[in-house]
Design a protein around this ligand. Structure first.
Ligand code: ZN
Length: 80
């Protein structure tokens, strides 16, 4: 089994009109559906664009070792 996580990267327009808040977010990665979503304010020019897609493989359940069951054989008693 595997899960797919879509990562968006925040893209601010880098110029002197970019506010500090948006500038700080520039280049940050967010899972799609999480985190802040532009526009953060009036005239915000930020956007989130697809960065990459991560496929997370679920680790398989641990395999328990099967230990051999040692059975002591019945020792037949000598009855003479
Ligand atoms: Zn912005």
């Amino acid at each position: 089994m595997s899960r797919t996580v879509i990562w968006d990267v925040w893209q601010a327009v880098s110029d002197k009109r970019t506010c500090a808040r948006c500038g700080a977010l520039h280049g940050k990665l967010f899972r799609r559906g999480e985190g802040p979503v532009p526009p953060l304010h009036d005239h915000c020019r930020c956007k989130r664009i697809l960065s990459h897609i991560e496929i997370i493989e679920d680790s398989p359940p641990p395999v328990l070792p099967i230990l051999p069951v040692i059975r002591e054989e019945w020792k037949e008693e000598d009855d003479e």
